[in-house]
Design a protein around this ligand. Structure first.
Ligand SMILES: NC(=O)c1ccc[n+]([C@@H]2O[C@H](COP(=O)([O-])OP(=O)(O)OC[C@H]3O[C@@H](n4cnc5c(N)ncnc54)[C@H](OP(=O)(O)O)[C@@H]3O)[C@@H](O)[C@H]2O)c1
Length: 289
């Protein structure tokens, strides 16, 4: 029997992990090993090393993360353990076994003060503690295993898990009007598209370590995002655009957070779909439930 390359996926109940799980049957040449938080907790360094050694994967995709952006301001130690320390342990374990490590990071490693799409080598300046913990993760990955690939993404939503699209759809079914921030700009990412991009990297036959940016195409505000959701579900709910100052949050958010995706497009031939096209696919799937 032909050897199937093994892909270990952490955080398999999250948005991205679930999308990869859904996609796995389209890649029968690979042997996927999915781990939920209960099965592979990033809280314990010993368990991480033990499971990685046991599976002995060819690739490890780290979809697990501490993603509670506001809570991270007060749960700093926990956020740093999961997004920093544990990520370093995974990267090191992969280096020891010769496994290729793909780690996911965030646009929040930037502060959002530069109003142009940022390239991968732009200086980081985390906007909040979550961003700081993810930035620490990037650093430990590159120190422990310089052969790794890190993909920064932004505004992730999916059919699975908790996200802005699902929250808006629920609120729109309950209320006549909603207030949504209209002065923060960014690019949404459909987790299903990111899952395909990751698999394109793995199946490409080439491995070019380093940092990559990935999101859907288009630069919009949260209010515009909500407006399009309302239109797709034909909701009469009115979306009022409000300033950030009227919606205070414990963690600061970037005002302009757009990443340049030329590197992943040219290096791996990855096509980044328009945000409206991908949103329509996700909303169709959510409303077909
Ligand atoms: N969501 C966004 O808007 C966004 C934006 C930029 C970058 N990212 C990055 O993209 C990646 C994927 O995000 P996502 O949206 O798929 O996140 P998600 O839906 O929040 O999933 C994260 C997963 O990590 C698991 N997890 C949390 N703490 C853990 C721990 N201590 N040990 C093991 N697993 C743990 C969660 O388990 P439970 O299901 O049990 O909670 C969940 O399955 C992350 O690296 C994230 O930082 C996300």
């Amino acid at each position: 029997m032909q050897y199937k390359q093994k892909i270990l996926v952490t955080g398999s109940n999250g948005q991205l992990g679930s999308e990869i799980k859904e996609l796995a049957s389209s890649y029968p040449a690979y042997d996927f090993h999915f781990f939920t938080r209960a099965e592979l907790s990033l809280d314990s360094s010993a368990i991480i090393e033990e499971i990685i050694a046991e599976v002995n994967p060819d690739y490890l995709i780290n979809c697990a993360a501490y993603t509670a952006v506001d809570k991270a301001e007060t749960e700093k130690e926990q956020a740093l353990q999961i997004n920093g320390t544990a990520v370093g342990i995974m990267a090191e374990a992969c280096a020891k076994l010769g496994a290729k490590f793909i780690h996911i990071s965030t646009d929040y490693v930037f502060d959002g003060s530069i109003e142009k799409p940022l390239q991968e080598d732009a200086p980081v300046s985390p906007v909040n503690y979550y961003g700081e913990s993810k930035s620490a993760g990037e650093q430990v990955v590159m120190q422990a295993n310089a052969e790794s690939i890190i993909i920064r993404t932004s505004w992730v939503y999916s059919f699975y898990g908790k996200n802005f699209v699902k929250t808006m759809m629920r609120l729109m079914s309950e209320k006549e009007s909603i207030n949504v921030v209209g002065d923060q700009w960014g690019s949404p990412t459909y987790a299903a598209d990111l899952a395909v991009a990751i698999m394109q990297i793995i199946t490409s036959g080439k491995w070019v370590p380093g940092i990559y940016h990935f999101s859907n195409e288009g630069v919009i505000t949260w209010a515009q995002f909500a407006g399009e959701i309302a239109s797709l579900i034909q909701s009469p709910c009115v979306v009022n655009s409000i300033p950030t100052s009227s919606y205070p949050t414990p963690a600061k958010r970037p005002l302009y957070s757009v990443m340049d995706k030329t590197k992943i497009q040219t290096c791996y031939g990855i096509d980044t779909k328009n945000w409206k096209e991908s949103l329509a696919i996700c909303v169709r799937k959510l409303t077909a439930k």
